[in-house]
Design a binder for this molecule. Structure first.
Ligand SMILES: Cc1cc2nc3c(=O)[nH]c(=O)nc-3n(C[C@H](O)[C@H](O)[C@H](O)COP(=O)(O)OP(=O)(O)OC[C@H]3O[C@@H](n4cnc5c(N)ncnc54)[C@H](O)[C@@H]3O)c2cc1C
Length: 440
């Protein structure tokens, strides 16, 4: 079946045929792949082309959507790889368990979370999603099946976590959920007037707060460069007497505007108002976990606001102490260009090791900013940012990328060749061919 699947950034466009998998007991759908290359497909929440396979096939695994087993004493959950984090939360939160290392959307599959070894606001305490995966089953195109744990088939375990869907189909996984006292978060938002304040509030928060992240005003310049609203929080242990509002019906962006709604005027105006909306230096409130973790999930198809050309998200990590001056340089280049968007976040990653060969996080500061696609102008800015990130020994996140050069990828992930013996001979993606030149 030919179907138009795209990535969250809606760039680049790709044409691929789709086959679906409905049962974890099914064989690898080699007979339906027709000699082409194929790529496992989760919920398409990757921004760029790592979830696309232009000219080839996608194997849509969302039909693998069963919860298999759960121990309410230990929080160990076994589920199929097409289950959404949203479904796990719906099931587990009322029983006092939460998804560890959850990213900024809950509309992703377990398979996608493993294949990109995703991270979230708790990275400084919990590390990446892969650290909480106890085992999974991998199906290869030759029909072989591997049970992978940190001890058994550990090389396949390390290759598949963060392995960009190239090592085989993850059929199911066992995840250690995180014990919580209630679905509510004791949250505090601290205004930071510049980058130095962001670093100092972050350093003060890492020990005492499970969750930290900052919304950044990417239009602020000079002494205000890096001003931010720093959000931190912990689960509350007892359900509060006065319950905070739980978000109701979701809004949606009903149509795609002919051009992006994000321009330098709207951007400056929004950022100024958003930063000013909190008057006090600190604001503390008890909130439900949904708006705290997933504010963007409340607006369906918000990616349409960037218009038909789509958008890029640039997420980099800048390691160590040098990261501070490098992040300043990155921000200076962005503000000088007038590009950017309302969606700009910054966080300090902790130093817990990620299990995957190609996992993105490393200890340092990470910055993620959306950019409407304005063609060459945007691409040239992002190339400039790559120069700064490369010089600082940092990396760019493949799950968000649609444009980094092969040279930059090799610089960021020189270990990518270690993955080659584990890649499945028929699996490939538009991203992988672009950054490595390796066809399946
Ligand atoms: C609003 C928003 C916020 C986000 N915030 C964060 C964040 O805070 N942190 C973060 O790390 N990421 C974040 N992301 C990115 C997102 O979490 C990742 O791209 C995630 O991997 C998407 O999962 P998916 O199920 O949509 O998979 P897809 O995007 O469809 O696929 C992702 C990769 O997983 C592979 N894959 C999928 N299923 C399988 C399977 N069963 N077997 C083998 N391989 C498979 C695919 O081949 C592909 O390489 C965000 C995305 C959005 C839209």
């Amino acid at each position: 079946m030919k179907k138009y699947y795209q990535s969250w950034g809606r760039y680049p466009r790709a044409e691929q045929e789709v086959v679906r998998l409905w049962s974890r007991h099914d064989p690898f759908p080699l007979d339906r792949i027709d000699g082409k290359t194929a790529l496992p497909r989760g919920n398409g929440r990757s921004y760029g082309d790592s979830c696309l396979n232009d000219g080839g096939m996608l194997i849509d695994v969302r039909g693998l959507d069963r919860l298999i087993d759960f121990d309410p004493e230990t929080g160990i959950l076994r589920c199929e790889a097409g289950v959404l984090l949203a479904d796990i939360l719906k099931f587990a939160v009322p029983q006092g368990w939460f998804v560890p290392a959850t990213p900024g959307t809950r509309l992703i599959t377990v398979g996608g979370a493993i294949a990109n070894d995703v991270h979230g606001k708790a990275h400084h305490q919990d590390g990446t999603f892969g650290r909480h995966v106890r085992c999974f089953e991998l199906l290869r195109s030759d029909g072989s099946r591997y049970l992978c744990t940190p001890q058994e088939n550990s090389d396949w375990y390390r290759a598949t976590i963060g392995g960009l869907g190239l090592t085989g189909l993850i059929l199911w996984a066992e995840i250690a959920l995180k014990r919580i006292g209630s679905p509510y978060i004791d949250s505090e938002t601290v205004k930071c007037t510049n980058l130095d304040e962001f670093f100092s509030v972050s350093a003060d928060s890492d020990q005492d707060y499970e969750y930290t992240v900052a919304w950044l005003d990417c239009t602020a310049r000079g002494p205000r460069l890096g001003r931010a609203l720093f959000s931190r929080g912990n689960h509350v242990n007892t359900v509060p007497d006065k319950l905070p509002r739980i978000p109701g019906r979701r809004l949606s962006v009903p149509i795609e505007p002919p051009i992006t709604l994000v321009n330098s005027l709207s951007l400056r105006a929004f950022n100024k108002l958003y930063y000013a909306r909190q008057r006090e230096h600190r604001r503390r409130e008890i909130v439900h976990y949904e708006p705290f973790f997933y504010p963007l999930d409340a607006i369906l198809e918000w990616n349409r606001i960037y218009g038909p050309r789509g958008f890029f998200q640039y997420q980099c990590v800048l390691p160590g102490n040098d990261g501070r001056s490098a992040v300043r340089e990155v921000l200076e280049r962005i503000t000088a260009s007038g590009e950017g968007s309302f969606l700009a976040v910054m966080k300090i990653f902790g130093d817990l090791d990620s299990p995957g060969i190609l996992s993105f996080p490393q200890s340092g500061v990470t910055l993620a900013i959306d950019f409407p696609n304005r063609g060459r102008r945007t691409l040239s800015l992002l190339d400039q940012l790559d120069e700064v990130v490369r010089a600082a020994g940092g990396r760019v996140y493949p799950a968000k990328d649609a444009r980094m050069s092969a040279e930059s990828f090799d610089h960021y992930y020189p270990q990518w060749r270690e993955l080659l013996p584990y890649t499945d001979p028929i699996l490939s993606s538009s991203f992988w061919r672009r950054v490595t030149g390796v066809a399946a």
